[in-house]
Design a protein around this ligand. Structure first.
Ligand code: SF4
Length: 457
């Protein structure tokens, strides 16, 4: 998934650091920042959480602390292996880019524009393609506009030149979110979500699908101009952002994530005929849906699972780390469960490992019946728009069907939400590719599964 950030104005590094911490839930494989210094853009970063990968703003070295413009990134890897970090410098160093999403045609686009199909990471291809057009056009905004004509996929991006020229842009279909706060002559702040900007006390706005901001900071006073990328269609924001990725306080295309999740839970309750005594969330991303479910069914909501927040999110961890995260992540509060018929509500079931582990924990702690409920419909297709679901073979609902999944996770019953309920809960047209196979673009799934699975399992 990834999170991106930018700040133009005083205190740029400390502010970008804070935004990145505020979007740490979008990725913790790696973090990085980039800033202009001495006629070039310097990149600093490494593996792990923001606090592991980046110098503390209190102790950061001179040029970084003094920078008037900084861009940043937290990485959740969906392409190019699990090592490496963004922002990424172009081959000649003229453009540095951080982006959120996946460009699924990066091999073909690099072949068409650069004459090379040898790229193994979409981020590097993106930086080099923008640089190619920057050399032709002389303006970073024009370069991003031209690049968007050949790129297919999802990308919200920030791009920076050694002169401190900055562009923030969202792809023509607006699959990934992007928000900003702008006070002319004072500051520009950019974040993947509205929540981190609200946390800084800023008056944020969402950047619309296909929108971009082109900014300079002559004399340290930011001036931005807005424009549109070509090829805008009906926006297709990712449904999985509403289900799982967004912070509950974030707003995406005008919809508050927490409210959308509560509606998912309420609509799920409407199709659930099972007798239950209590509704229990899988923390944290199942909580909002469980509140909506409990309210709609008129049963108590209770916390029976404690999630250790310092172990990270299992779904966005690399496969080697995922099992480790899972083991140390949950403990049970048995008092909420003894002898009860429990509805346990999670946001989704992708691979089934977390659900299976949780059902086992609840039974061991004394639950009489465990009814597993998924706020999202079954995930049956891969994603090539920025979520790490690269192959059909790892999707448990596709392999086993509903009854098979219930058996695998050990639940007394299993109920998924419907696609219709999901769309009603969000209340606007969204991308539903991983649920229905209807993607915003025509995709060759066999080709893309090979491309995006390479070296990642
Ligand atoms: S395919 Fe699924 S996860 Fe990917 S962008 Fe579409 S809704 Fe989101």
């Amino acid at each position: 998934m990834c999170g991106i950030a930018a700040w133009l104005g005083p205190g740029a590094y400390a502010s970008v650091y804070e935004i990145l911490v505020g979007e740490q839930h979008r990725g913790h494989d790696a973090a990085g920042v980039a800033f202009p210094a001495g006629g070039e853009v310097r990149v600093v970063g490494g593996s792990g959480y923001v606090w592991q990968a980046l110098p503390s703003p209190r102790e950061s070295p001179g040029p970084l602390a003094r920078a008037g413009v900084v861009i940043g990134h937290v990485r959740y890897s969906t392409s190019g292996g699990y090592s490496g970090y963004q922002p990424v410098k172009s081959s000649r160093g003229l453009v540095t880019v951080a982006f959120n999403g996946t460009i699924h045609n990066y091999v073909e686009a690099a072949g068409e524009v650069l004459g090379s199909r040898g790229y193994a990471w979409d981020a590097q291809a993106l930086a080099d393609i923008i640089e190619h057009f920057y050399l032709e056009e002389g303006s970073l905004a024009d370069a991003v506009r031209e690049a968007s004509r050949v790129l297919r996929g999802a990308y919200s991006l920030v791009a920076l030149t050694p002169r401190g020229e900055l562009v923030a842009a969202r792809d023509p279909l607006g699959v990934r979110p992007l928000a900003y706060a702008y006070e002319p002559g004072v500051l520009l702040a950019v974040a993947s979500e509205t929540g981190p900007l609200a946390g800084l006390g800023l008056e944020w706005r969402e950047l619309g699908a296909a929108g971009y901001l082109h900014c300079h900071a002559d004399g340290g006073r930011p001036e931005c101009y807005a424009g549109s990328l070509p090829g805008a269609g009906e926006p297709r924001p990712c449904a999985f952002e509403y289900i799982y990725f967004l912070r509950p306080d974030s707003v995406f295309e005008g919809v508050v994530a927490h409210e959308a999740r509560k509606r998912m839970g309420a609509l799920l309750a409407g199709i659930d005929g099972e007798e239950v005594d209590v509704a229990v969330p899988v923390p944290d991303s199942g909580r909002s849906a469980a509140i909506g479910y409990a309210e709609a069914r008129g049963v108590p909501f209770d916390e029976a699972l404690y999630r250790n927040r310092f172990t990270g999110r299992a779904f966005i961890s690399s496969p080697g780390v995922r099992r480790e995260v899972l083991r140390s992540k949950f403990t049970v509060i048995p008092s909420a469960l003894q002898g009860k018929s429990v509805a346990v509500i999670d946001d989704s079931i992708v691979r089934g490992d977390t659900s299976r582990h949780i059902v086992k924990l609840l039974r061991r702690a004394g639950a009489w019946r465990v009814h597993f409920r998924s706020a999202s419909p079954p995930i049956l297709f891969p994603c090539f728009y920025g979520v790490d679901i690269p192959s059909r073979s790892e999707l448990i609902a596709r392999r086993l069907g509903v009854e098979g999944v219930a058996k695998f996770i050990g639940a007394d019953s299993l109920l998924y939400n419907t696609v219709e309920n999901l769309v009603r809960a969000i209340g606007r047209p969204v991308c539903l590719g991983c649920f229905t196979g209807a993607y915003p673009h025509d995709l060759d799934l066999d080709l893309l599964e090979g491309r995006f699975s390479l070296g990642r399992r």
